[in-house]
Design a protein around this ligand. Structure first.
Ligand code: IFM
Length: 449
């Protein structure tokens, strides 16, 4: 049986600048927080990653060969403004060439302005806990729009502010590697403010555009349906899923969430008059990233700090994942994807949704020039069926971007986790289409499974 998707459904793949580009000092690019964080901690760095800065035509050729009509990529702020403020024309020229090359190949570009690679110069001024960055981000957004806005209609301000704020400044596993829960909450607020100001800036520049933000969601599961488990799940859900979503929808931060975080004493003082109105700029579409659910259990004393590394959470713990896992140890639960999309459809009042990322890392091997990644093929088939089920039940999902086009730099995990449809040999930079790429190309060609 074929599961057909709606006419005009947008099929694409997604990448992010620091994860693929390499060439971190080329053409005047300034250091980003990921350059300094990896240098300081001794982790693998984003150089050369997939050497995409120099091989972008080859990579667009792969998209074209696969017949995938949309491509979501991010722009590196530190190429456009190496010090966070002053424009470097050579950096802009790269994305100008990239967009032209995509269009020449009949591929629609979708731009994300921020995918975690803050210019180090702005971290030196305090990073995201400094609210001045919201205005600087809006200037940067406008600068990029002035160059690409005549050819790019789809604009995402920020990818996964949850990770940028809470993993970057909360548990410190990501750049800039700061462990300060109170600062992480302020960073989260300022990222939302930056989104709102950038959305205003993009729209002020005229042209027809679709403005979105991309959030990563984790549906929360519990083993037991009692009051204590429901409360543990609520705490996790409100911080993970609603901290960012509700203010964007014009509802402000949920009162229960403000109460959960009140002991840190930083979030409410950071909310200035008028901030919530700026954050609630109308969205044309919401970008949804889904990989896996989380599992919550209560801690006996609700005042006990959580063992899970989210800023400020108390009274709950996260259970280990179970069942079939990806190589990153993430649980595979496509049914949670359907539930999430249906919940979003209701909670967001019918706002159109685009799946901005979904995919899985597995241990792949090239054997006689082929990569038989049947686990990834199954992952995509199951998760696409889950999206289809949500659409059948009324969710307005307009597109799906597979994460990722290429195996790439998986942040603190370096090059150990392969998410690509295309295998990359990081020694030789040779690209090999995996079976999942051929599977996905077939889905795209049929507009169905
Ligand atoms: O690689 C990341 C991406 O940068 C953001 N979303 C999750 C992906 C897999 O971890």
């Amino acid at each position: 049986m074929t599961l057909g998707f709606p006419d005009g459904f947008r099929w694409g793949t997604a990448t992010a600048a620091y994860q693929i580009e390499g060439s971190t000092t080329a053409d005047g690019r300034g250091p980003s927080i990921w350059d300094t964080f990896t240098a300081r901690t001794g982790l693998a760095t984003g150089d050369p990653a997939c050497d995409h800065y120099r091989r972008y035509r080859e990579d667009i050729g792969l998209l074209s060969e696969l017949g995938i009509p949309y491509y979501r990529f991010s722009v590196a702020w530190s190429r456009i403004m190496p010090d966070g403020r002053t424009v470097e024309p050579r950096g802009l020229a790269f994305y100008d060439r990239l967009v032209d090359a995509l269009l020449e190949n009949g591929i629609t570009p979708m731009v994300t302005l921020y995918h975690w690679d803050l210019p180090e110069a702005l971290q030196a001024e305090g990073g995201w806990p400094n609210r001045e960055l919201a205005d600087l981000f809006a200037d940067y957004a406008l600068t990029v729009h002035k160059v690409l806005g005549d050819r790019v209609q789809q604009w995402t301000t920020i990818n996964e502010p949850f990770c940028a704020a809470f993993i970057g400044y909360g548990n410190g596993d990501h750049a800039p590697g700061i462990q300060d829960e109170g600062a992480a909450l302020v960073a989260g607020h300022n990222l939302l403010l930056a989104h709102g100001k950038a959305a205003q800036a993009l729209r002020s520049d005229g042209g027809e555009q679709e403005v979105s933000i991309v959030l990563n969601f984790a549906p929360v599961l519990t083993d037991v349906d009692d009051a204590a488990h429901r409360e543990a799940a609520r705490r996790f859900d409100f911080l993970h899923n609603r901290f960012f979503l509700d203010p964007l929808l014009g509802r402000g931060y949920p009162p229960e969430l403000l109460a959960d975080l009140a002991h840190l004493g930083t979030l409410e003082p950071a909310i200035a008059d008028g901030d919530l109105e700026i954050i609630a700029q109308p969205l044309d579409v919401l970008g949804v990233n889904y990989y896996a659910p989380a599992r919550a259990v209560p801690l006996e004393d609700p005042e006990t700090d959580s063992n899970c590394p989210l800023p400020g959470l108390r009274g709950m713990d996260v259970q280990p994942p179970r069942g079939e896992l990806t190589s990153l140890g993430w649980e595979q639960r496509p049914e949670c994807f359907t539930d999430l999309l249906l919940w979003l459809q209701g909670h967001c009042g019918g706002l159109p949704l685009v799946i901005a990322e979904n995919g899985a890392a597995f241990e792949d091997e090239v054997v006689e020039g082929r990569v038989h990644d049947e686990k990834r093929v199954r992952y995509f088939a199951d998760h696409l069926a889950a999206v289809h089920a949500a659409i059948e039940r009324g969710a307005d999902v307009r597109g799906y971007m597979a994460w990722s086009l290429l195996d790439n730099f998986e942040w603190a995990m370096g090059y150990t986790q392969r998410f690509g449809l295309v295998h990359v040999d990081f020694e030789t930079q040779e690209r090999v289409l995996k079976d999942s790429a051929l599977f996905y190309a077939d889905v795209v060609a049929r507009n169905g499974l």
